[in-house]
Design a protein around this ligand. Structure first.
Ligand code: FES
Ligand SMILES: [Fe+2]
Length: 425
C-alpha cells in the first residue's frame, strides 16, 4: 500500500468545481484501510445489497448460502414457499449452520452440537433438550433473519439497517431498466448455470467505474473489435443511434446505446443466418403485441449497463450479466457474476446467448480479462499516491449534451458515495 501522508488524510475525497468543470477523486479512496472500514459502515451496512434471483431457489426447500457484503447468509424457500434470508450462524455457539453451497432439504442441522432448525429458521430440536430450562418462546434460539429482505421483479436484496427506506424507493429510476430486462420474457427470467467467481488486485470502486464506462471500449477491447471485423461483423451502432448516460437517482446510473453485436432479444447479426433473422422477428412481434412498437424496439435493440448503487451491475448487452463485487482489502476485490436469460427461450437462441456470454462477458471472454488488467494497472499506479494525488472524472462537464463516452454516470456514483461517506450517522 502507498504511504499516506498526514496532510493527504485531510484532503476531501471528492472535489467538484462546477465553475471550472473539474471533478476530481482523491486516490487515497482506493488504497486506505480506514476508508474501507468507513465504507463498510456507511455504505455496505446501510444500502440495499443484491442477494440473489428467485430462480436460484425455485422450489420449496431450496436453499443456497452466499456471502453478501461481508456477512454469511442463507437464502431459502420454506416448505410453505416463503423466501427468507438468515445470518448463517448458529444461535448456540456460532458455527455456520449450513455448509453447503446449495441444495434442497427440510431442516438445517448444525454440525457442531446438532441443533436443528426448520426452513423458516425456527429451532425444532437440540440434543439433551431437557437440560435447557430457558424456553424458546421469544425465539431467542431461532436463526436470525436479516433486518430487511425484499425483491423487485424477482431480484432479491437485503438491507442490514433497521431504519432502511423501502426497496422500491431506494431503486428509484433504476426500476425502469430492471423492467426493461425482466419484460424480455412473458413467463419469467432465470439464472443459467450457477455462479462465476473471480478476484483481482484492484479496489472495488474501480469496477463500478469500469462497468458504466463507455470511454474505454475501443482502446481497452481492441482485440474483441478486431475479432468482430475478422468474423465479418460491423463496428458502430447498427441499430438505434441512441447515446444516453442517465442519472437514475440515489447514486444509480446507466448508459444506453445501440451496438454492432447480435442480441438474442431480438437483434440478429449476419452470422446467425436467415434463421436468426426469422427467430428475432418472431420475438419482436411478440414484444410488440405486449408493449407496442416503441417499447418493444427499445427492449430488442437497446443495450445498457446499469449500476445500482453501490455494487450491483446489470449489463444487458449481447447477453445479460448480473454482477456484484466486494472489497477483500482496499486493493483487492472478489467478483460474483451470473447469466440471466428468458425461461422460455428456444434452444438455439440460448446457445447464441451463451456463446456471446463466453465470447465477451465471461471471466475468460474478450472483455473481462482486459478490464481486470486495466484496473490492476490503475491500482498499481496509485502506489505513486504521495506524488500524484487526484483522478480526473470531468469528461463532458460543462457540455450541454452528455454522451456515453463522457463521465457523467461516474460522477453520479461518486457524488452519492461521497455524500454517504460524509454523513454523520
Ligand atoms: S454451535 Fe451449533 S449446535 Fe452448537
Ligand atoms: Fe470493458
Amino acid at each position: 500500500m502507498s504511504k499516506i501522508e498526514s496532510k493527504q488524510v485531510n484532503q476531501p475525497y471528492v472535489i467538484e468545481n462546477k465553475g471550472k468543470s473539474l471533478f476530481q477523486v482523491n486516490r487515497r479512496v482506493f488504497v486506505d484501510d480506514q476508508i474501507l472500514e468507513r465504507e463498510t459502515r456507511k455504505i455496505f451496512d446501510t444500502c440495499w445489497i443484491y442477494l440473489g434471483h428467485e430462480s436460484e431457489i425455485p422450489n420449496p426447500g431450496d436453499f443456497l448460502t452466499r456471502q453478501v457484503a461481508g456477512k454469511e447468509l442463507i437464502f431459502v424457500r420454506s416448505r410453505e414457499g416463503d423466501v427468507h434470508a438468515f445470518f448463517n450462524t448458529c444461535p448456540h455457539r456460532g458455527a455456520m449452520v449450513c455448509r453447503e453451497k446449495q441444495g434442497n432439504d427440510k431442516l438445517f442441522v448444525c454440525m457442531y452440537h446438532a441443533w436443528s432448525f426448520d426452513l423458516a429458521g425456527k429451532l425444532v430440536n437440540r440434543p439433551e433438550a431437557k437440560r435447557y430450562h430457558a424456553d424458546n418462546s421469544d425465539g431467542v434460539h431461532n436463526l436470525v433473519p436479516v433486518a430487511n429482505l425484499d425483491n423487485y421483479r424477482g431480484l432479491y436484496f437485503v438491507n442490514y439497517d433497521v431504519n432502511a427506506i423501502d426497496l422500491p424507493t431506494y431503486l428509484g429510476g433504476a426500476r425502469e431498466y430492471i423492467d426493461l430486462t425482466i419484460d424480455q420474457s412473458e413467463v419469467g427470467m432465470e439464472i443459467v448455470g450457477g455462479t462465476q467467481e473471480y478476484g483481482f488486485d484492484a479496489n472495488w470502486k474501480l469496477l463500478v467505474e469500469n462497468s458504466i464506462d463507455g470511454y474505454h471500449g475501443m482502446p481497452t477491447h481492441t482485440t474483441y473489435f478486431d475479432y468482430i471485423l475478422a468474423a465479418g461483423g460491423q463496428l458502430g451502432d447498427t441499430g438505434t443511434k441512441i447515446n444516453k448516460p442517465r442519472d437514475l437517482g440515489n447514486g444509480h446510473a446507466a448508459i444506453e446505446y445501440g451496438s454492432p453485436w447480435g442480441r438474442p432479444i431480438a437483434k440478429p447479426v449476419a452470422a446467425w443466418g436467415e434463421q436468426g433473422e426469422k427467430d428475432c422477428a418472431e420475438i419482436r412481434a411478440k414484444l410488440t403485441e405486449r408493449f407496442g412498437k416503441e417499447r418493444a424496439d427499445r427492449i430488442a435493440y437497446n443495450n445498457f449497463n446499469l449500476l445500482i448503487f453501490p455494487n450491483l451491475v446489470i449489463n444487458n448487452v449481447m447477453a445479460i450479466t448480473i454482477r456484484t463485487f466486494y472489497p477483500q482489502a482496499a486493493n483487492k476485490q472478489h467478483v460474483k457474476a451470473w447469466a440471466l436469460a428468458p425461461m422460455d427461450e428456444s434452444k438455439v437462441m440460448r446457445e447464441r446467448r451463451l456463446y456471446n456470454y463466453l465470447e465477451f462477458l465471461g471471466p475468460g471472454g474478450f472483455a473481462t480479462p482486459d478490464d481486470c488488467e486495466a484496473l490492476k494497472m490503475c491500482q498499481q499506479g496509485y502506489m505513486n499516491l504521495k506524488n500524484v494525488e487526484w483522478n480526473d472524472i470531468s469528461k463532458g462537464m460543462g457540455e450541454n449534451k452528455q454522451g456515453n463516452t463522457d463521465e457523467k454516470q461516474m460522477r453520479v456514483f461518486w457524488r452519492e458515495w461521497d455524500r454517504r461517506m460524509q454523513s454523520a450517522k
